[in-house]
Design a protein. Structure first.
Length: 238
């Protein structure tokens, strides 16, 4: 019944959530000469619930500094955004390419691939950066497809299901965030949450793990349950 397993990337396959979070503070230090508390501005932006790519978040940081008249005129606002976004990308790429994986990631991907599942990544990271990081980590060959921004996670799931003739009920999505849970529920596929200290779901997912070493028994449990339901549905129709 299960054909595809679709993974979020940051915080699900690799320990990169903290890297991406902290890098906003690092690049904002380029604006410290303006004599303001850039750390507080970054705090405010990151807790504001803004949803977007790195350039959108950085644009918001720079715009707030410009709004109080503290942005250096050495560059225009768009130039500052471009400069800081490039710095952010370079720092993250180097750090995430070599950061630790979530416990059990490689062994679990190998096992699932050998079992014949189609494996995908569905991330909020811009896809061109995501593909490069996956390749630098030597993980590319595990995945049938790698999906990221500019499309959101629901759009990416739709693209996967359409391109590979997969019904939502034949897929399991795995992630550590509310956006992963929401996109899965919206599309009607099974979901397994990855729990760790920095992530809090509004309500605990039905299926959940603390690391990927625990994943395979849960996948088997979901598949056995679906096979049982399918068998009984056919039996009732007979």
């Amino acid at each position: 019944m299960i054909k595809a397993i679709i993974f979020d990337f940051d915080g699900t396959l690799v320990q990169s959530n903290e890297i991406k979070h902290n890098t906003y503070y690092k690049v904002a230090q380029n604006l410290d000469f303006t004599g303001i508390n850039t750390q507080k501005i970054v705090d405010d932006v990151l807790t504001s619930g803004i949803d977007g790519t790195r350039d959108i978040v950085i644009k918001e940081i720079v715009s707030r500094i410009a709004a109080i008249g503290k942005l250096s005129t050495a560059f225009s606002l768009p130039d500052w955004v471009e400069e800081l976004t490039a710095d952010y990308t370079n720092i993250c790429e180097i750090a995430i390419a070599s950061c630790p994986e979530i416990e059990g990631t490689t062994a679990t991907l190998e096992h699932l691939q050998n079992r014949g599942y189609l494996l995908f990544i569905n991330s909020a990271t811009p896809v061109k950066y995501l593909k490069r990081i996956v390749e630098l980590r030597g993980m590319k060959d595990f995945f049938t497809g790698i999906y990221g921004r500019p499309n959101d996670k629901i759009q990416n799931l739709q693209a996967i299901f359409s391109a590979y003739s997969i019904a939502p009920q034949q897929a399991i999505a795995i992630g550590d965030g509310e956006d992963d849970l929401h996109s899965s529920l919206t599309m009607g596929c099974q979901f397994i949450g990855v729990l760790h200290e920095t992530i809090q779901f509004a309500s605990l997912p039905v299926y959940r793990v603390c690391n990927l070493s625990q994943l395979i028994p849960i996948v088997e449990k979901i598949e056995n349950r679906m096979n049982y339901l399918s068998f009984n549905t056919r039996k009732d129709h007979d």
